[in-house]
Design a protein around this ligand. Sequence first.
Ligand code: S3P
Length: 180
Amino acid sequence: MMKTKCHYFNMVKRVYLIGFMGSGKSTMGRWVADAMDNWTFLDLDHFIEHKYHKTISQIFEESGEDGFREIEAKCLREVSDFDQVIIGAGGGTPCFFDNMEVMKATGLTIYLKLSPQVLNDRLRSSKSQRPLVANKSGEELLAYIAEKLNERESFYSEAEVIADGTVWEVKDFVDCIQKQ
Ligand code: S3P
């Protein structure tokens, strides 16, 4: 008897891209969403800025990091209801409250992994919008990245998929998502 083959396409409703600042979550997330029919990209920081009419730096200045983390957690829960979306989380999102559990329970989590050296090279030119690193220079920045990454690695590593940021291309992400 011939067996009927079942294909379950698009079983994954949303994908969370996690990783350190400067790992390319937004750039890669946009490319991956563009490569998938009817999927969009959502940057969690942009969602927050749009909703609160403030930049991330303003929120840090006015409410401190603790205030920002409350807002971030609330917004994460809001977007965890959206469909066919690649969500670029903030670098710290997985490391506060039960955010990592929320992401794992509502979508596919992919950790975009890069070394401190590569992150340092990328962040040097894009740190001004990021309050945690905006004032760090030279060796101070590299030391901060190495220490913070070490602290956060255990959260990031809980992701279902770990993507080598120096090797993975758009098609690898798309294949990985469509294989789920
Ligand atoms: C942060 C990363 C930022 C932003 C905020 C805090 C962090 O997002 O959420 O500045 O704690 O690593 P990106 O990773 O998109 O830069």
